[in-house]
Design a protein around this ligand. Structure first.
Ligand code: FDA
Length: 520
């Protein structure tokens, strides 16, 4: 009885704290961090790390190390504030040393896994006056597959391609429901949720994380049991670079059939495609994804079964698309990964191990969630936008299935009930302000025009399609609620618990909620 009443009052105290904590606005931590000291930080790295693991501005190979995984030419300019040091971590103790040196000398550290962050926040800062360092995890990329238990441990620095390759090398009947881009880093991808063509059957990539090893803001190495369930919840979708540096992840793999079927069908605008798109939205949660570019709609599908099954399913649910057996290509799951990654068949599996070369394009992306089908006049207007000089493309990723059956609070990723994710993607190859303004103007203009048709209060966005137009650190509640809705408060409370001095900080990192009751 006594124990029960103690537990009850503990629970009441906890709820009071939660209520208090969630009623305040996130602000910077109350206790100031030591003032940055670049020289002593670099000295600390030199003392605690082997010389070949540290690149400073003075190193001959600094720019090569910096640009090794940059994907966006926008951030390869002399004016971009870059790290004072890059630590190419070879093992956990290197990461721990970098964090401890950073904490001691007031230099924040940004983790980088695959470098695909849309705003480059894993290797650039918007504030020239605030030095920072990068811990690059590209060498921590071992994948160990346990076929019997249908699990795998993967280092954060592995790419999705390396992960899929390793799984397929061990078993043709296992796969993983992550994203399509093979050069995307596992570390950032899982940190923001991660979805690909298996999302209807299996949900988010982060839904399949069952353990992880992280270096926290004290430099401690923690697994799931040691970090506790709050932090384990936050790292599976709460966005990268806020809570610590995840070194590796234990994944529950999923079963895939021996044969899957893919198709890519093009429908030009003048083939009643507006009506087709309007109809597609009604059946979207069970249907192919769509890419809109120029005056063409490209329907792409992965079906977990044979062509006969796919054609029957499409005839039942979406006969308007007119899918025939001749549209199908049957293959294994890993061949389908190659098919969607590199557009076509017959590519060698080893292509998945290619981590990519230097960036070759400038790009800017934004995202929305569509809750109700858009009316056909909105599609007509979208076609007009796609005719404009500077137009990019739109990617419509339908949700539903397993994605929609997970509670929005089960992980930080809240957009479980949406019809589809809408990604606006502008890209160009010409250098210069004129080209940049033209393409940026297209993407922001279309995004503005779409407002009446997409999710509201808050207007949702996907954290893995990071967008600084939503605001920087001082606007945390705005972007925080767009990315995480009600889960934002809990993320900020976890942050206050695990990183109260805000060591892991970038332009859109989760700020700690200030609480005088923090120590209770
Ligand atoms: P990067 O290393 O830049 O990190 C991204 C963020 O996470 C940064 O804030 C970084 O500090 C932090 N971070 C990185 N490693 C961390 C670690 N180990 N621990 C803690 N924080 C860490 N998305 C999707 O859902 N489905 C898809 O199909 C695709 N496809 C795709 C293709 C291409 C070409 C691009 C450029 C992007 C995608 N994405 C995607 C988006 C992708 O999921 C997103 O950009 C990821 O955050 C990239 O992870 P990286 O590790 O590569 O990025």
């Amino acid at each position: 009885m006594a124990i029960r009443s103690f537990a009850t009052s503990l629970l009441a105290a906890y709820l009071a704290i939660v209520q208090y904590v969630t009623s305040v606005t996130p602000t910077a931590a109350a206790t100031a961090a030591p003032s940055p000291d670049t020289a002593t930080f670099l000295h600390c790295l030199a003392v605690h790390l082997p010389p070949q693991a540290v690149y400073t501005n003075a190193s001959r190979l600094y720019r090569i190390a910096l640009e090794s995984s940059i994907k966006n030419l926008l951030f390869v300019t002399p004016a971009t504030p870059t790290p004072i040091a890059i630590v190419a971590a070879g093992n956990a103790s290197h990461v721990q040393a970098a964090v401890r040196c950073g904490v001691r000398h007031g230099i924040s550290v940004r983790p980088r896994s695959g470098g695909h962050d849309y705003e480059g926040l894993s290797y650039r800062s918007l504030r020239a006056g605030r030095p920072f360092a990068v811990v690059d995890l590209a060498w921590l990329r071992a994948v160990s597959v346990d076929v019997g238990n249908e699990t795998a441990w993967v280092g954060s620095g592995a790419t999705l391609g390396e992960l899929y390759y390793a799984i397929a090398n061990h078993s043709a009947r296992l796969g993983f429901p992550g994203g399509v881009g093979p050069t995307v880093g596992v570390g950032g991808h899982l940190s923001g949720g991660g979805f690909g063509l298996l999302l209807r059957k299996h949900g988010l990539a982060a839904d399949h994380v069952i353990d992880a090893v992280i270096v926290d803001a004290k430099g401690k190495l923690l697994d799931r049991a040691a970090m506790g369930e709050d932090l384990f919840w936050a790292i599976r979708g709460g966005g990268g670079g806020s809570f610590g540096i995840v070194l590796s992840w234990k994944l529950r793999l999923v079963r895939v059939p021996p044969v899957v079927t893919v198709f890519t069908i093009h429908r030009p605008r003048n083939q009643s495609t507006t009506a087709l798109l309007t109809r597609w939205q009604q059946v979207a949660p069970a249907m192919p994804l769509v890419v809109l570019q120029n005056q063409d709609a490209q329907f792409e599908s992965l079906y977990l079964g044979t062509c006969a099954g796919l054609v029957a399913t499409m005839a039942r649910s979406f006969p308007e698309l007119g899918v025939k057996a001749r549209d199908c290509i049957e293959m294994t799951w890993i061949q389908s990964v190659l098919y969607f990654a590199f557009y076509g068949t017959g590519k060698p599996m080893e292509q998945l191990l290619d981590r990519g070369t230097k960036p070759e394009r400038y790009f800017k992306a934004k995202s929305d969630y569509v809750t109700e089908p858009m009316p056909s006049h909105a599609w007509e207007s979208t076609w007009s936008w796609l005719l404009e000089d500077g137009a990019g493309l739109l990617i419509l990723d339908p949700y539903g299935g397993r994605m929609g059956s997970v509670a929005p609070s089960a992980t930080p990723f809240p957009h479980r009930q949406e019809l589809y994710n809408l990604q606006y993607y502008g890209f160009w190859f010409e250098n210069g302000t004129e080209a940049k303004e033209k393409h940026m103007g297209w993407i922001t203009g279309l995004h503005r025009e779409m407002e009446p048709y997409v999710s509201k209060n808050p207007r949702g966005a996907y954290v893995n399609y990071r967008d600084l137009d939503l605001g920087g650190y001082g606007k945390a509640r705005v972007w925080g609620e767009s990315y995480f809705k009600a889960n934002f408060e809990r993320l900020a409370a976890v942050k206050a618990k695990v990183d109260p001095h805000d060591f892991f900080r970038h332009e859109q990192s989760i700020p700690p909620l200030v609480s005088t009751l923090r120590n209770l």
